[in-house]
Design a protein around this ligand. Structure first.
Ligand code: GRF
Length: 214
């Protein structure tokens, strides 16, 4: 058993959440919290016996009030780490400050390229040959926090947004549990606004999609 505790925030499908639950991390997932009562991932979490909660952003007049309610829900569980897994709300600076150094996000592009939404469509439109995903600590700069790990995938001839998204998602499911594990094992920290990571985490195959994986 472990004394570490995670809270996972989702807004929808929850496949990254599932990858985290499947990864047998050295932590207890105390709760999955969503801003969207219809999020598919809530049912998946419940089916695994994990506590869920909904803090509906539409019930709050402004972001600050929503973030305060969300923080209250999270803090009930005293998590060591809060994991954004497809959580589609922009968070206010006080919220981010409260969880400084213990708030991770996954973004479906090789940041700093393509912050924001519709990353796969924009990558195809830009004609990039390499795309991918990024795990980063969250700071007030949207999708701009210090980078922990990235995985790259090729953009292949004839790719559609869906095919490219699926190729990237497979890598998300690989690197996000890896990054969370490093954090839980004390190998990954945010120090003075920079990522401090144990040398043992720097295997090339954790950074780049292995060759032969289309
Ligand atoms: C993922 O592509 C993630 O990178 C992005 O939103 C998507 C969420 O997918 N932030 P899921 O809910 O984890 O399946």
């Amino acid at each position: 058993m472990t004394d570490k505790t995670l809270v996972i925030l989702i807004s929808g499908r929850g496949s990254n959440m599932e990858a985290l639950l499947d990864a047998r991390l050295p932590a207890r997932v105390a709760a999955v919290v969503s801003n969207n009562s219809q999020a598919r991932g809530l049912g998946v979490a419940q089916a695994r016996g994990i506590a869920t909660a909904v803090v509906d952003h539409r019930a709050f007049p402004e972001r600050a009030a929503f973030d305060a309610a969300l923080a209250q829900e999270i803090d009930r569980h005293r998590p060591d780490l809060v994991v954004l897994a497809g959580f589609m709300r922009i968070l206010t600076a006080p919220f981010i400050e409260r969880y400084r150094g213990r708030l991770l996000n996954i973004h479906p592009s090789l940041l700093p390229a393509f912050p924001g939404l519709d990353t796969h469509r924009r990558a195809l439109a830009a004609g990039v040959q390499t795309h991918g995903c990024t795990v980063h600590f969250v700071t007030p700069a949207v999708d701009g926090g210090p980078i922990v790990v990235q995985a790259a995938v090729p953009v292949l001839p004839g790719d559609t947004e869906e095919r490219l998204a699926a190729r990237v998602l497979a890598e998300e499911h690989r690197i996000y549990p890896q990054a969370v594990r490093w954090f839980l094992e004390g190998k990954l920290k945010l120090e003075d606004g920079r990522v401090a990571i144990d040398e043992s985490c720097r295997h090339p195959e954790t950074v780049v999609s292995p060759p032969g994986r289309p």
